[in-house]
Each structure stands twice: as C-alpha cells, then as structure tokens.
Ligand binder design. Structure first.
Ligand code: PLP
Length: 381
C-alpha cells in the first residue's frame, strides 16, 4: 500500500475532538486500505448520523464560517475533505466534470497561452479549448509528445476515454516541469483509488465524479484537486465568482456512493478481467483493450503508476449494425453513454462523433455476478 503514504492534506482526526468525543477519518495517515478509507471518509461523532444529510442553504445566519450558499456549504466540505484525502491534495467540488475542467482552464490559462491536450481523450475537453483564445496542441495519449517549451499547461488523460491508452505520468510531468509548464491529469477513468497523479508528480487532478466515484448513474459531479494551496484557493474563488456550484443533494449522494467505491471497483475489475479472457480470442471481436491485462500493450506503464484497474474495456465489433444486434440480444448490457455505474453499459463512440471505427464500443463492466455477465455477453455476440 505504498501509494497511501504522505497525504498532503485531509482530515487527520483519529485524535479526540475538542469535546472529547472520538471521530474518525484520515485514512492515508493511518495507513488504512482503500475499503476502510472510503467507508470512513466522513467523520462520525457520537449522536450524529454516519453521513450527515445534505445542508440546504442559500444564506446562513451569520456568525459561523458559512455566509452565502454560492461560497460555502458543509456538505461540499465533507466530500471535498474525503476526495482530497484520497487524491493527496485539497479538493474543490464542481457540479460536473466539465465544470471542474473549464474552471481550471479559466484559472490557469491566459489569452495566447499554449495548452497541450490529449487528441484521443474526452472529446468535450478538445471542444472547450478550441473555443478559448489559446493555442492548442493535440498529442496522442500514448505519444509521441511535442516539446513542452513555451507551453503553459499540459493536460493528460490516462487511461484515456474511450481508447484506454496510457501515458507515463511521472516522466511527462518531469519533462513538462523542466520546461516550466503546469501539469494536470484527467483522472476520471482511473478514479482516486485507481491512480494518484499528484503523487506521480502532476500539479493538478481534474475529474468527473459522475462516473465510478458516485457510481449509481444518478448524479453529475466533478472536482479539482491540488496540493498547491494558492491554486486551490484561486479555483475555489473562481467557482464562487463563476457561480457553477454543486447541489448539496448531489454532493451528499456522491459521498454516499463513495463509501462503496472500493467494493464496486473490485467487482467491476473482476468482471472486466473475466470478459477480457473470453473476448480476446472471440472471432467477432478485434482491438480489445483493458490496461489491467498483462497482455494489453499499455499494461507495463499502467501497472507502474496505477494502484488498481477499473471495469472499462474497449473493443471493436464489425460495424454499427453488429453493435445494435449485440445490444438487442443482451439482457444485461444497456446502451448508455457513461461508465462506472452499477449496471454494465456499452457505448458506441462513433455514434457521438468520436473519430473511431463505427463498431468501436466502450464497455463498462458493472457489479453483476461475473458468471451471469460473461454468459450474457457470450450469448449476445
Ligand atoms: C465524463 C468525462 C468528463 C466529463 O464529466 P461530466 O461529469 O460528464 O461533465 C471528463 N473527462 C472524462 C475522461 C470523462 O469520462
């Protein structure tokens, strides 16, 4: 569990609280495993519920630390403390992954700056920077990368969505820092339990918690984490002035979901591993990718920098009609354009305009029983 060491921030509250009541939290400092850390990701005081309910307030009775609902909310703070502890930094919560990414870009980029973005990563990030008054350089996640001289921000995404390509975050961070660039990593696919970019040398983590972190296909949310307190403060201030704030109920639902992230990721990865085994030699399937498999070309780099693998696989069927027929036959795999949820879902990315083969699908293994899922997928192919 070497990845747990040296958390830069988070709650360190095994010490008794001021009134003498024991609280819990601060998993990395305590050396706890993933399951313990997410279950104990909210402090629990005697007489209080295990996860305090959402606080709904537009304005507060002044006198405490909270003034106005666009700036302060205790439900956000609880989830930010939990995510910051897992990331090894200070987290700032946003109402979606894109709100997190767009706010970070607005804070760190000035007109005329150069930004490097993944050419094969999440498509809306490219759409977003194309609309900004900056110079955009696209690089494939697996490389080669351009020189980072004169670059303000290098945004990486590993594993990338949808191709599941992997980049060496530590090596790229060293190269970017040598050129004076800032490094951000979109960690959505890996989740904070799967990969800790701040500990690999990145300056900032951004991500969508809509996917596996919240995990139940019912919430949109995102966050930015950084160990740079000045940058965290500027991102938080930009949220307050920009006004794109998360809802307390959504924040609470995501925090509730976070408690089972370890369990869900474990089952999803088991299911992905089992599906990989039956798909890899299947005549209807080509281009199978899952970085968790030792047979995957990205496995070596992925295994060096990831703590665990998730449930998302990518592969190619003959064409769009073959994907449609698969979905029609399947009783367990739903067409859906997200991933990381309880249910196994499949998304044909060309449907959304990704520059990929017509039959390329991203399959997100859910939490169903492995035998049921494998049988269903084989029967449907
Ligand atoms: C989904 C996703 C986003 C956007 O997140 P939303 O919560 O949908 O706004 C950003 N990056 C990656 C890699 C994603 O998969």
């Amino acid at each position: 569990m070497s990845g747990n060491e040296g958390a830069a921030a988070g709650t360190t509250a095994e010490a008794p609280a001021a009134d003498g009541a024991a609280t819990t939290g601060g998993g990395a400092a305590a050396g706890w495993g993933d399951g313990t850390r997410v279950v104990h990701s909210a402090p629990v005081a005697p007489g209080q519920p295990f996860l305090a309910g959402p606080v709904f307030a537009s304005a507060y009775h002044l006198g405490g630390e909270d003034t106005y609902g666009r700036a302060h909310n205790p439900t956000w703070r609880a989830l930010e403390a939990a995510l910051g502890e897992l990331d090894g930094g200070t987290a700032v919560l946003f109402p979606s992954g894109m709100a997190a990414i767009s706010t970070l870009l607005r804070v760190v980029l000035a007109p005329g700056d150069t930004v490097v973005v993944p050419g094969d990563g999440y498509y809306l990030t490219r759409t977003l920077v194309a609309e900004m008054p900056v110079r955009v350089v696209e690089a494939p996640t697996a490389g080669p990368y351009p020189s980072f001289e004169g670059v303000r921000l290098v945004l990486l995404e590993s594993p990338s969505n949808p191709g599941l390509e992997v980049c060496d975050i530590a090596a790229l961070a060293r190269a970017a820092h040598a050129a004076g660039a800032l490094v951000a990593v979109d960690n959505t696919t890996a989740t904070p339990l799967g990969q800790q970019p701040l500990r690999l040398g990145a300056d900032v983590v951004v991500g969508s918690d809509t996917k596996a972190v919240a995990g139940h296909s019912d919430v949109l949310l995102g966050h930015v984490s950084t160990a740079d307190q000045d940058l965290a403060g500027r991102v938080r201030a930009a949220r307050t002035t920009g006004g794109a704030i998360p809802g307390p109920f959504e924040s609470w639902l995501a925090h509730r979901g976070l408690g089972t992230l370890d369990l869900r990721l474990t089952r999803q990865a088991e299911n992905a591993a089992a599906l990989y085994e039956v798909l890899k030699d299947h005549p209807a399937v080509t281009g199978l990718r899952w970085p968790g498999s030792p047979e995957d070309p990205a496995h070596e780099v992925a295994a060096r920098q990831m703590r665990r693998f998730g449930g998302v696989l990518t592969f190619v069927l003959a064409d769009a009609a073959a994907v449609g027929a698969f979905l029609e036959r399947s009783r367990l795999v739903y067409a859906s354009t997200s991933f990381g949820g309880l249910h196994t879902t499949l998304d044909r990315r060309a449907h959304w305009g990704d520059p990929v083969p017509e039959g390329l699908v991203r399959l997100s293994a859910g939490c169903e029983d492995t035998a049921d899922l494998v049988a269903d997928v084989l029967a449907s192919l």
